[in-house]
Design a protein around this ligand. Sequence first.
Ligand SMILES: [Zn+2]
Length: 60
Amino acid sequence: MIAVAASKTPATATGEPAKCPTCKGSGEVSRTVHVGRKRRAVGQQTGLCLTCLGSGEATD
Ligand SMILES: [Zn+2]
């Protein structure tokens, strides 16, 4: 499916937007934080979901 023009609210048959599979609708994802040359994991940080850009809705 090719969507050139981005639509903020994708219409679905049910009228309910599908949840983003990456963040499961929360719009945020936790990612592991690495520091130093050895890329040591120091913890996790919550960041904006890049799949749905924080909207929590799946985009096609
Ligand atoms: Zn998402």
